[in-house]
Design a protein. Structure first.
Length: 270
């Protein structure tokens, strides 16, 4: 009897150990790998940022253009991951609890918060689609958390003066500012610092979208309160800038040779 009990305990311990090992190795390999997406409840751990484009920065600057017509195609979770990382992702542990981010910030006060509106069948994840809804970006975990379920693109289109490119884009990134983080240190002058920072982030989104063969357009014309309601942002998070992103209907093409000819023509005529 005692022998049987010992065998039972040993087998149970072994099984439990085996299950724990399989679970731990499953999650750690997925988390440490670049290309995996892990959905845990309402949180989506995004594929880790990596070098995935071939364009040089000068080519991205040359090819950047505001795009307002999209193919009816989804973007991928890897592309969304890179866009969010470019907007506010981490680039370095600078020590003393300070993590530097992808864009400069006055006094490292980091006033910006990033939301993303995802439409139905709009973001491809491993052969399926990300649940439609409004997500908030967590820059420390490089994840997005669902704050509101459902496709709200038509609401966003109405709130942005019916600009069709907002309704038709698979995703729209919404940049919000918590002014107090910066004005708390710099007073009134902090307001202009927040807007400067917003411009840095906007250009990052434009350039990374271009390098990923996607298109975007900066949207400043919208009703602030309505957008805040649609994305369920906190009272002190003021929506300032929208960036609908999609696959361009017409990819913009040009070369430095063409640009050279333009300058030659302008120099010749002056
Ligand atoms: C602050 C700001 C607000 C803008 N708001 C809108 C907008 O509401 N709707 C829109 O279609 N484009 C908007 N744009 C995009 C501009 O129209 C566009 O950048 C400009 O025509 C130059 O074209 P390009 O970006 O292709 O070089 C905005 C741009 C900026 C910088």
């Amino acid at each position: 009897m005692r022998m049987k009990l010992h065998i039972f305990i040993a087998v149970s311990a072994l099984t439990a150990g085996l299950i724990a090992y399989v679970l731990i190795s499953f999650f750690t390999t997925q988390i440490s790998s670049n290309s995996y997406t892990i959905v845990v409840g309402d949180e989506v751990l995004l594929p880790l940022p990596s070098k995935i484009t071939k364009l040089t920065v000068e080519e991205a600057i040359l090819l950047r253009k505001s795009i307002r017509e999209w193919r009816r195609e989804p973007i991928t979770i890897v592309q969304l991951s890179m866009l969010l990382w470019a907007s506010q992702g981490l680039v370095e542990d600078a020590g003393f609890g300070w993590y530097r981010r992808s864009a400069p910030s006055a006094g490292a006060t980091y006033p910006l918060e990033v939301y993303v509106v995802v439409g139905n069948r709009s973001v491809k994840v491993d052969g399926e689609f990300l649940k439609a809804g409004v997500y908030k970006y967590d820059y420390m975990r490089h994840s997005i958390k669902l704050v509101k379920e459902g496709d709200v693109r038509v609401d966003l289109w109405r709130a942005s003066l019916r600009q069709d490119w907002v309704r038709d884009a698979p995703v729209t990134i919404v940049l919000c500012a918590v002014y107090e983080r910066t004005t708390g240190r710099y007073g009134e002058r902090g307001i202009r610092y927040v807007h400067m920072e917003l411009g840095h982030v906007g250009q990052n989104i434009y350039l990374v979208a271009t390098a990923l063969d996607l298109g975007t357009v900066a949207i400043g014309a919208f009703y602030d309160e309505e957008v805040a309601k649609i994305i369920s942002s906190a009272r002190n998070e003021r929506p300032l800038y929208l960036f609908p992103v999609g696959v361009p209907e017409e990819p913009h093409k040009t070369t430095f040779e063409e640009l050279g000819k333009l300058y030659e023509r302008l120099r010749g005529s002056s």
